[in-house]
Design a binder for this molecule. Structure first.
Ligand SMILES: [Zn+2]
Length: 237
């Protein structure tokens, strides 16, 4: 292999490692995002139940007021009973009292249902809040874990960058510029081995004449298909 390629391959190894670590870093917040979404969903569900509870309580007060008023009206009618003069008056009053009783019974039934519904919703809110607290705690712990992991990865990247700078200083500036240019375009894979006249990066054939030249290792050469810097990896028989 050309001696100029040796530091480039080392530099490529370092740069690829940095790319890998950066990808890992980008993926770190994924679980946190899912946890935060779960927290937001639960908060919304709890709020929805609270709104419903408020509506039901309002309805409960309305029915209680009606009950009170109607009971009062019934009492008055009952008092009038003692003073009725004739059968017709008696019947009319009696009918009125029975109707109030019937309507009040319906109100009482609705009240019982309302109270039960409110109780169920309050239980669900309490349960939801317990779950929410646990999820929030988990999200908080995850956030802390991510911050630590990010700091660790940053440190590793810094170390690799410094190492890479050292290696890069051994490379001829024009070759380094070519390397950097290709690294951008080829996702970091710039130097490729050629085995049996096939480029290991793009899997295309190197023409025979060119391959023979490559085997002689006299000058820096690039793959005609992917333009990467190539070197012959001689297979031992
Ligand atoms: Zn190639």
């Amino acid at each position: 292999m050309l001696s100029e390629l040796t530091p480039l391959i080392r530099l490529q190894g370092i740069d690829l490692e940095i790319r890998k670590i950066n990808k890992k870093k980008e993926k770190l917040p994924e679980r946190l995002k899912a946890l935060q979404e779960r927290v937001a969903d639960k908060e919304a569900a709890i709020e929805e139940k609270r709104v419903k509870i408020r509506e039901l309580r309002k309805r409960k007060i309305e029915i209680e007021d009606e009950l009170e008023l109607e009971t009062e009206r019934m009492k008055k009618s009952q008092q009038k009973m003692s003073a009725v003069q004739n059968q017709r008056e008696y019947q009319a009053l009696n009918k009125e009292i029975e109707e109030i009783k019937k309507a009040n019974k319906t109100r009482e039934d609705e009240l019982i249902e309302l109270l039960e519904e409110i109780k169920n919703l309050e239980d669900a809110v309490a349960e939801g809040e317990r779950e929410l607290q646990a999820d929030s705690k988990e999200a908080e712990a995850e956030e802390k874990r991510i911050r630590q992991a990010e700091a660790d990865l940053e440190k590793k990247i810094d170390e690799l960058r410094r190492e890479g700078e050292g290696v890069a200083s051994e490379v001829r500036p024009d070759i380094l510029a070519k390397y950097r240019f290709l690294a951008e375009k080829r996702q970091g894979l710039v130097v490729a081995a050629v085995t049996d006249a096939v480029c290991s990066a793009c899997n295309m054939n190197i023409p025979p004449q060119m391959y023979n030249e490559l085997l002689r290792e006299e000058r820096m050469m690039t793959c005609p298909s992917c333009q990467r810097l190539i070197y012959a990896l001689k297979t031992e028989i």
